[in-house]
Ligand binder design. Structure first.
Ligand code: COA
Length: 257
């Protein structure tokens, strides 16, 4: 199947999405969707699902209490955002991932590698990610859609320091600019801060990637420095900007403070 046919069939698969109104992130753990849905939590806000300020859950979160222990035994299979679902990767989607990671525009915006990655390299990375305790990665779907349109991940998870780095890619261009990237990151952050008990989420972004910088700033990430002339693109040097979001900042924003 040629490239144009691949693109056509991908478009057919992805009717122009509509944001649905759905309550905040919830988690499903251990296996199939039918197996377990997190029970309603009286300490959470009924529509936002965030811990209520001053509640026992909020205090547990501050103490890094029970939730961290629970998640290490059972990784959630699905996270629900407002307009997207984050699901575990499926091998059948590796060719799609290979197309995204092999794309020159995506490479230009995201990658430290000298060239776009080969399908074999992409497959190896995802195999490794699935088995690694250093990463926690999800495919981004519209609710009910079998094919993902992006990937959002925690990488370099460091339990001792309660930190991780974030990486995101909306692989299908027609899905960019509709709020899905923001929702996918917010959903992963909610999981990271509330379930994994992270204290810090960091990332690097190239200085010319204005859309990504805007997206991160909107979510509360702050710039904390620059790796000067760390990236070369088309013969020109560019800085990589270091950004981070701390749990205290996240909680302040989420509670409307
Ligand atoms: C960066 C990325 C994740 C953002 O996700 P998205 O779904 O496209 O962005 P959103 O629709 O959530 O918009 C986020 C912000 O960026 C702005 N934005 C989106 N597309 C834009 C565009 N083409 N030009 C200018 N601003 C744009 C939005 O207006 C919004 O800001 P606002 O609320 O102040 O208006 C996504 O575009 C992407 O994956 N790009 C390619 C890979 C990449 O760059 N990854 C990040 C590497 S560090």
């Amino acid at each position: 199947m040629g490239m144009s046919a691949t693109i056509l069939s991908a478009r057919a698969y992805f009717p122009k999405p509509k944001a649905t109104s759905r309550s905040r992130t919830t988690f499903m753990v251990s296996g199939s969707l039918a197996q377990y849905r997190r029970p309603p939590m009286p300490w959470r806000h009924p529509t936002t699902s965030r811990p209520l300020r001053g509640s026992e859950a909020a205090r547990r979160t501050e103490r890094g209490g029970i939730m961290g222990n629970v998640q290490s035994a059972r990784r959630p299979q699905v996270l629900f955002g407002e307009s997207v679902e984050l699901r575990r990767h499926s091998r059948e989607h590796y060719p799609l991932y290979a197309r995204w990671y092999g794309d020159r525009e995506i490479w230009h915006l995201t990658s430290w590698t000298p060239e776009p990655m080969s399908p074999v390299a992409v497959e190896r990375i995802f195999e490794e990610r699935e088995n690694s305790s250093l990463s926690d990665s999800f495919a981004i779907h519209l609710p009910g859609e079998p094919e993902p349109f992006g990937i959002v991940s925690f990488i370099n998870l460091n339990r001792a320091n309660a930190s991780a780095d974030l990486s995101i890619l909306i692989g299908e261009p027609e899905y960019r600019g509709s709020g899905y990237g923001t929702d996918a990151i917010r959903t992963l952050l909610c999981y990271g801060f509330e379930e994994l008990q992270l204290n810090r989420v960091g990332l690097t972004v190239f200085d010319f990637n204005h859309v990504a910088i805007r997206t991160y700033e909107k979510l509360g990430f702050r710039s904390e420095g620059r790796m000067r002339q760390a990236v070369r693109r088309n013969g020109a040097w560019h800085d990589a900007i270091l950004m981070s979001l701390l749990r205290s900042e996240w909680e302040r924003r989420e509670s409307g403070g």
